[in-house]
Every structure is written in structure tokens, then in C-alpha cells.
Design a protein around this ligand. Sequence first.
Ligand SMILES: Cc1cc2nc3c(=O)[nH]c(=O)nc-3n(C[C@H](O)[C@H](O)[C@H](O)COP(=O)(O)O)c2cc1C
Length: 512
Amino acid sequence: MCRSSRDIMSDDEYEPSRERGGPVAVRKADHLRINLEDDVDAKGVASGFDAYGFQHCALPELNLQDVDTSAVLFGRRLRAPVLISCMVGGTDHAGQLNATLARVAQALGLAMGLGSGRVLLEDPGALSTFDVRRLAPDVPLLANLGAVQLNKGYGVDECRRLVEAVGADALVLHLNPLQEALQPEGDTTFAGLLRKIEAVCARLGAPVVVKEVGWGLAPDLVSALLAAGAAAVDVAGAGGTSWSEVERHRIADPWRARVAAAFAGWGIPTAECVREARRASPRALIFASGGIRDGIDVAKAIALGANLAGIAGPFLRAAARGEEAALDLGRELVETLRVAMFAVGARSLDDLGGTPRLRRRDGTMDGPHLARYTYRTAHAGQFLDITGDVAEVVRSSGVRHGLAHVYAMHTTAAIRINEDEPLLRRDFHRFLERLAPAGPGLYEHDDLSRRPGLPADEPRNGHAHCRHLLCSTGETVPIVDGRLDLGRWQRIFLVELCSARQRTVTVQVFGR
Ligand SMILES: Cc1cc2nc3c(=O)[nH]c(=O)nc-3n(C[C@H](O)[C@H](O)[C@H](O)COP(=O)(O)O)c2cc1C
């Protein structure tokens, strides 16, 4: 898979750019130094993970040794769902850090991303600073390039060369419009990029991951990128390393530095990005990065819907202290995740992803704002008023404006909105009885002799199914100012059309 540096760019294939290695490498060295020496954290915006806590499970009904933190990414097994996120390359110091991080990734079974390979495309001599596959032969290794380069003359051929040169399993394209806008020398031609990303996804022959760099991917972009063929997205939200802060430290002009400073609190918090991305794309491969700082954050990211948690700044600083420090950070992350899974009763990452034990600390609920109620009905013709339960889901969701959908998972029990007046309820029942009366010989469905394989207690309820046709399985109610926007006399009923039964009703709340 790996080709020599000569193969990356032979001179006849390569259109030299104005910068050709030098200034890009200098900028990379600046970025690295600033990340190691200065305060580059976002300010005024947090990753959002602190807003959540796990409800402790004192009886996990599993043994710690059976907790399985493993995952598979791009066909390779990980011992934990952790990515040492894309960071550096292009300078000797970066090369040393990449080598340290690669050894850590291999030792602990973590995925690893490389920094932007533009410098490598422009200067094949820089390969040694990215060339870590031999140190991490078994882990998923991700090459990286700024997506904006697709508007600067690079295309699928350069992407492929980059992936092959470093022996990567996938290519990460990063979106960093704000960073480029704040750099005096930045590339800000972002028009028409989605189509070009789509072309790379279609033709690269390796999976493409699209990520932000610390300001987050909004859910509509997640959907658009996945529709364009991205194999995964890394939401890379706000709350961790802030690239406006990094750039601020590089800028000499005081007024330009103040422009950069204005964006210290910019971006979508990572926890929000992950939650919304998962809602937008229930089956997509989603990475979370941006301000993930310990194993509990990793667990929360997974519980909110991520498949993998990326950590950049902390690994960089640990690797700068030495391999043992970076190994310790990795061990600490994985062990904290494992114990957290034990303490919420999650045997696997799938269990953790579906845990109901992640709670907002302020008592509101999020996730898909889904609640499931079970009712025991008393008799046919019962109109059970469930308005209070639906209102409770809306209240706890924190949604101010949106829709609540109430759905009965049955074919002989319905959801209807009408007035809760005792005589009227009897009228409804008689009305349905007139339209679909019960009685022997009226419904083919009740001829059990013609329906082989039925259980012994199969009811003769053709009338109930036919009455259900006149009703509905669900109702949708607007939410305005955090409340169900029902008319004065409107109530939400679960209507029993058959006989005393256990019934399940799902309430799902959508909105903001
Ligand atoms: C020193 C450094 C260099 C980075 N370089 C890149 C890069 O070349 N490409 C990229 O996609 N993201 C890059 N990032 C962004 C990270 O991959 C990550 O998405 C972001 O920093 C948020 O993670 P953190 O808060 O854990 O640092 C870099 C981050 C750091 C700290």
C-alpha cells in the first residue's frame, strides 16, 4: 500500500504552488509551538459534556471483566473507541510526535490521525514526518487534508497519493473556513466544495471522513456530507482547542488579533453536535472530537451517539512530555471508560450507545425525547385520557417549539383527540359499534379455522380491527412555548377497541 516519497509527486505530475513547503512548514511549526506553549482553549463556550451525568447503576448485573470496550473501524479492531485525532506533520518535531503517538496507538489499540498532508504533497521530502505505519501496523491510520485544497488544484489523484504514501486506511478532509478566514495567508475559497468532496468520495477507493477542526458540524451539514458519500463525519465541535485562539497568537497586527479574539467563544458545543448528528443520521458512522478530556467524556460521547471519540490537544501535550506520559493518558482514558461502562451496566459499546442512564444534570431530557408508556386498559370502548403523560414528556424534553407525536403500537387500540365528556365518550363507543358491530359471522378474520397456527387465546376481534381503520394509530400536536398547543376542549385519548389489554404508547418530541 505504501509507496515511496518519489511516488507521491513526481515533478511532471506536480504543479508547484507559491508556497512549496517552506511557508507551510513554518506555519505548521508555529501552530505546534503555540499549541504546546500557549493557552489555546476555547473561551466562553464549553464542550457541553459537563451538562450530562450518568445515573449510577448499583446492580449492573455483569462482571467488570466482561465489559468490552472494543470496536471495529475500517476493518481494523480497536481496543477502545478512541482516536488520537489528526494533528501534526511536516517538521522534525512533528515527526517525532507522530512517531510517539503511533507507538502509543499501536500499544493500546487506538486509532490515529495524521496532520494535514498538504506539506507532504508539496514537499515529498516531508514523508518521514508522517511515515508511521511501520510503528502502528495494526491500527486504523487516517491521512488528512484541508478540503479547501480541492478548490486549489488538488483532486482525487493527490488524495489517493497521500493515502497511499502514508499507508492510511482512510482520508480525512477537514473543513476549517473560520481558521482560514482569520489567517492573513488563508485559503478562503470554499464555494462549490461539496460537489468536489462528493467526487473524491466516489473515486478515491478508500473511505473519506469529513471533519471540522473545533467549531462543529451542524446536523444539516452532517446529512449533506453523508449524502455526498462520506463514510463518516467527525463533528469536531467547540469547547476544546480553539483555532481562532491559536491564530490569535500568530497574528502581529493588534486589530487582526482582536478579530481572532472575537471568535474564542464561537462554535457548536461538541455534545450538541453529536446528539444532533445522531438524530439527523441514525445509522451513520459519527466521530466526536473537541474538548473530550477524560474517559467519562468519552463514555458520554458514545452515549450521546458517537461511534468514536477523538482527542487531540491532550495527546499532543502528553507526547511532548514523552512516550510514557502519552501511554499513561491513553491507559487512563480506556480504563475510565471501562469502569464507567461497568457502573452504568453497559457490557458493550452498543449497550452504552443505547443506555437510558445518561441524564442532563438540570433534569431535562434529551436524546430523541422519546418516552414509552404502558397502560392496562379495562374494557372495549374505553377512552383513556393520556394528555398528562404526553405533556410530561414535552416538559422534560425542554423543547419550546416543535411537535409531539403520540403513537399506539397496536391495530386494535387507537390514539384520538377529542373532548373528554362522559356522555360523549359513550356516544363515540356506540358510533363505532354501529359502524363495525361485534358479532358472530360478520368478519372473515373471526373464522379461526381458516387461519392456521393461531395461539389458543386468539380473540375474535375483526370488529376491533375495522373500528381501528376509522380511527388512527397516532396524533401530532404542536408545541408552543414549551406546552402542548391543544384547544380548550381537546384531550388526547388512548382508545381501547378490543378488550382489557396491556397497551404501549410511544411519545416522541421534535423541536428546539
Ligand atoms: C496541534 C493540533 C493540530 C491540528 N491539526 C489538524 C489538522 O491538520 N487537521 C485536522 O483535521 N485537524 C487538526 N486539528 C484538530 C483536531 O484534530 C481536533 O478536531 C480538534 O483539535 C479538537 O480536539 P481537542 O479539543 O481534543 O484538541 C489539530 C489539533 C491540534 C491540537
